[in-house]
Design a binder for this molecule. Structure first.
Ligand code: NDP
Ligand SMILES: CC(C)CCC[C@@H](C)[C@H]1CC=C2C3=C(CC[C@@]21C)[C@@]1(C)CC[C@H](O)C[C@@H]1CC3
Length: 360
């Protein structure tokens, strides 16, 4: 006799949620493999795909991903403890490092300050660079994993994930995927080139990013928000505008730094500096001095909006991030003024706004 079909037939492949995930995952995996086969060196983005495959295997073998949200507090405790122990190890390692390996900041002689900021610039064991690894992998991948677990938990509790949860997961996955896809860009950030590796970055990477950047999804699990299609479309548009500015600005600068005669940037106006490097003064970098921060902040707003306006908690990231970027921008300005002197002053005169045109 034929097995029962129709609404009562047992669902396979994880039901509608599993099928929806596979609908996206299968083509994405295929295209990723096709692109990866063409690319030269391995990209860290593969770490995300590998994690997704391992989690998929684990879930199909019975790993209760939906139980993870209940363990966030103990996990955050372990992550914090790990960051402390790891920073202690880094601090001790710096005692035996050559002076040439030390960071410009973080060597004040005050043990608390130096422990916090980090003494060694790029601590390594053989070829393994601790800071580069931590900046990209544990925090960012942990963040999307926690988000996914919250989505699964919501599906278990309410039958299916809410539209708001889908949006937060989708937006943040795009952000993390983008960071891992453009991993080489992280090599020129001040965290890698200027700051030491101490408690601030170790805690930031191992604990702060996964547990606080996933706050919106954590909030949605406990405070479901009704979200209509018109509002959801408007939020998607805001995220798309933010991403367009963020990616456009970062790619323009990275392309220019790699090859100023690349046809994509060759027509842009520049200022020459005494170091031989040039500064872009048209295109994205002619609008404000940090267009990438503007795009990042617009995306941060789009990540909070699906949570409604009844509570401040989901807006924590937006507030913290505004403070972080304003402070970061001021540090970067100081370093650029030191590097480029008069040319930087000329740039500031030609492009007077820092992050938001006519506002700041
Ligand atoms: N989500 C998060 O928690 C965080 C996200 N970010 C994001 O990471 C990305 C990287 O940020 P960050 O490292 O702070 O800084 P940027 O990528 O903005 O890099 C700043 C550097 O760019 C170069 N530069 C500045 N102006 C010009 C110009 N006009 N023309 C050419 N080069 C110029 C200078 O370096 P040089 O001249 O030496 O090349 C300057 O030091 C950003 O998109 C930011 O939003 C950052 C921090 C935290
Ligand atoms: C714990 C403190 C309050 C602050 C810690 C700061 C760190 C969390 C951030 C410092 C610079 C970062 C960057 C990123 C993530 C956050 C940290 C580590 C990115 C990797 C995020 C994705 C972007 O595309 C690139 C960023 C580079 C800097």
């Amino acid at each position: 006799m034929a097995p029962p079909q129709g609404p009562r037939a047992p669902l396979e492949f994880g039901g509608p949620l599993g099928a929806a995930a596979l609908l996206l995952l299968l083509p994405a995996t295929m295209f990723h493999l096709l692109l990866a086969a063409r690319s030269g060196p391995a990209r860290l983005f593969q770490a995300l795909v590998l994690t997704a495959l391992l989690v998929g295997l684990g879930v199909s073998a019975g790993l209760p991903l939906g139980a993870l949200p209940e363990m966030l507090l103990p996990l955050a405790f372990v992550a914090t403890l790990t960051a402390f122990i790891f920073s202690l190890f880094l601090y001790m390692k710096a005692q035996v490092a050559p002076v040439s390996a030390l960071a410009p900041g973080g060597n004040s002689g005050n043990p608390i300050y130096d422990f916090f900021l980090g003494r060694e610039l790029n601590p390594r064991i053989c070829f393994f660079d601790f800071k580069y690894f931590c900046e990209l992998r544990p925090g960012l991948i942990g963040w999307v994993l926690i988000n996914l677990a919250l989505l699964v938990k919501e599906a278990e509790l309410r039958g299916s994930p809410s539209l708001a949860m889908w949006l937060v997961n989708g937006f943040q996955l795009l952000y993390v995927g983008d960071a891992l896809w453009h991993e080489e860009a992280v090599l020129t950030t001040m965290d890698i080139t200027h700051d030491g590796f101490g408690f601030m970055l170790a805690f930031g990477d191992i604990a702060w990013v996964p547990f606080t950047y996933s706050l919106q999804a954590q909030f949605l699990l406990r405070h479901p928000q009704p979200l209509g299609l018109p509002m959801a479309s408007a939020i998607c548009l805001i995220n798309a505008i933010g991403y367009y500015i963020f990616r456009g600005a970062n790619s323009q600068k990275n392309t220019f730094r790699k090859n100023p005669s690349d046809p994509k940037v060759a027509g842009l106006e520049t200022i020459s500096t005494a170091t031989g490097r040039k500064l872009l003064v048209s295109g994205w970098w002619g609008m404000v001095r940090h267009p990438n921060y503007l795009g990042d902040l617009i995306m941060a707003l789009a990540w909070s909006l699906p949570c409604g306006v009844s509570h401040l908690l989901p807006y924590f990231y937006l507030l913290y991030f505004t403070a972080l970027l304003v402070h970061r921008e001021a540090r970067d300005e100081r370093q650029c003024l030191q590097k480029y002197g008069l040319a930087w002053q000329e740039y500031c005169r030609r492009v007077p706004y820092r992050i938001m045109p006519y506002v700041y």
